[in-house]
Every structure is written in structure tokens, then in C-alpha cells.
Design a binder for this molecule. Structure first.
Ligand code: PGA
Length: 253
């Protein structure tokens, strides 16, 4: 399976900084073996699309969509708008959205459905808090977050075909903290997720759905994390903001 290296810029890099990043970002050519995704702020998406031009091999996504196609939702954008503006991917259920903006499991289900309505590929983020991990409920939390989305009959039908879908395991305690899951922590969680995917979609399909690890990934630890069983790539926050460190992570893939 092709590895994926995704950069989530969060609320960083406006238009000028996006252009400057993309002038400097020169990831090593991995012979088409690595798919690079960037999630800039929505206001920088058009500048990123223009700077990349055609044939860069780098795909763009948005960090957030509203479930509805249009309407009176001040401040929100729809999946259709994101697609029209050049996005091919969308992050769904990032822990910052869940924690700071009170998004629910049900909200992630609606957003995954909205993404497919507009032909975007959702990158569904799941992960446990430190309390949940210490309380022994890792599997329970991951199952709940995944089941809500996969039990939707329409989404299930889509996912049983070869429509692109990406899952990201992001332990909340490792995001932006400098604390990283060990490769064996990551492998354990990815195995839990892969089994659950198989339960819903069958083993053959579960084998080809990429599961990324995210949480304090850096140029220093990306290689060993991606070498862990079942880890098909990384979702990078802080270390994706500098062209050289992000390029080093692509090289590690
Ligand atoms: P981090 O963020 O790499 O800065 O920990 C990861 C993420 O939030 O996706």
C-alpha cells in the first residue's frame, strides 16, 4: 500500500506563508510510493493549489466541513465548497474539533457522509485521551468512534467499494505535547482499528484502508513509527510547518 504523509497546518500559514512554504518544500521523489497531503487553512487553499500547479503529486485538503451542503451556518463551509476550491480530502473528527468545538461521534458520521456527497476523501481521526488509556478503555473508545461512522448503512455501502477512505489513529495525549506513542503502542492501536474495519467491511477491504499515526510525529521518530506493523503513514501537525522538517518526514517514508 502507498504510504501517506499528511501535514495538518491547523491555524497556521496564511496566503503569504503558504506561498513561501511551497517555494521551499522539495520532498524527495519517492517514485510515486508516497502520497503527500497538505491541509492548509481554508483561506490558503487557493494559493496552495495555484503554487502547486498540475502534476505536483501533492494533494490538498481542508481541516473541517459542515455536514450540510449550504445554508444559514455562519462561519462554516460545506464539502461542496471545499471541493470546488481545490480540496480532495477533508479531516473529520480531529481531537481538537472534538475537544475545543464539541464535535460528537454523530457529527463525524454526518461529516463523513457529507465528504462522500462531494466526492472528497475523508481522513477520519480517532484516538483516546490519557484518562481513557489509563482507565483501560482504549479498545472501547476506538470501537465507539469507528462504529458510529461505519454502522451508517450508506457509508458502509460506499466503504465496501474501493472508494478512498483514510483512518488516522491520533492518541489525544500525544497531540502537540511532544509525547509520542511508541511504535508498539501505535501497532497495538492500529491492530485494534484494522480488526474493527474487518468486522464491518470484511478482511480484504480492511487490509487496503490506510491507517495513519498522528501525535508529535517528527523527522526524528517518523521512520520508526512508519516501520511499526500496520502503520501506513503519518499525520503531522507541528513538524509539517517547516518545509525542511516536513520534507525529512516524507524522506523517512
Ligand atoms: P502534532 O499534531 O504533530 O503537532 O502533535 C498532530 C495532529 O494534530 O494531527
Amino acid at each position: 500500500m502507498k504510504r501517506i504523509v499528511a501535514g495538518n497546518w491547523k491555524m497556521n500559514h496564511g496566503v503569504a506563508a503558504t506561498r513561501s512554504f511551497l517555494r521551499e518544500f522539495r520532498p524527495a521523489d519517492r517514485g510515486g510510493e508516497v502520497q503527500v497531503l497538505l491541509f492548509p487553512p481554508t483561506t490558503s487553499l487557493a494559493a496552495a493549489a495555484e503554487a502547486l500547479g498540475d502534476g505536483s503529486g501533492i494533494s490538498l485538503g481542508v481541516q473541517q466541513i459542515h455536514p450540510s451542503p449550504s445554508g444559514a451556518f455562519t462561519g462554516e463551509i460545506s464539502a461542496e465548497m471545499a471541493a470546488e476550491a481545490g480540496a480532495g480530502f477533508v479531516l473529520v473528527g480531529h481531537s481538537e474539533r472534538r475537544q475545543l468545538f464539541h464535535e460528537t461521534d454523530e457529527g463525524t458520521r454526518l461529516r463523513v457522509a457529507a465528504a462522500y456527497r462531494a466526492a472528497l476523501c475523508p481522513v477520519l481521526c480517532v484516538g483516546e485521551t490519557l484518562e481513557e488509556r489509563r482507565g483501560g478503555s482504549l479498545s472501547q473508545v476506538l470501537h465507539r468512534q469507528l462504529d458510529t461512522v461505519l454502522s451508517d448503512p450508506d457509508i458502509g455501502t460506499i466503504l465496501r467499494t474501493d472508494t478512498p477512505f483514510v483512518l488516522a489513529y491520533e492518541p489525544v495525549w500525544a497531540i502537540g505535547t511532544g509525547e509520542t506513542a511508541t511504535p508498539s503502542d501505535a501497532a497495538e492501536a492500529h491492530a485494534i482499528l484494522r480488526l474493527r474495519l474487518a468486522l464491518h467491511l470484511g478482511e480484504a477491504r480492511a487490509e487496503v484502508i490506510p491507517i495513519l499515526y498522528g501525535g508529535s510525529v517528527s523527522a526524528g521518530n517518523a521512520g520508526e513509527l512508519m516501520a511499526a506493523p500496520g502503520v501506513n503513514g503519518v499525520l503531522v501537525g507541528g513538524a509539517s510547518l517547516k518545509p525542511d522538517s516536513f520534507a525529512a518526514i516524507v524522506a523517512a517514508a
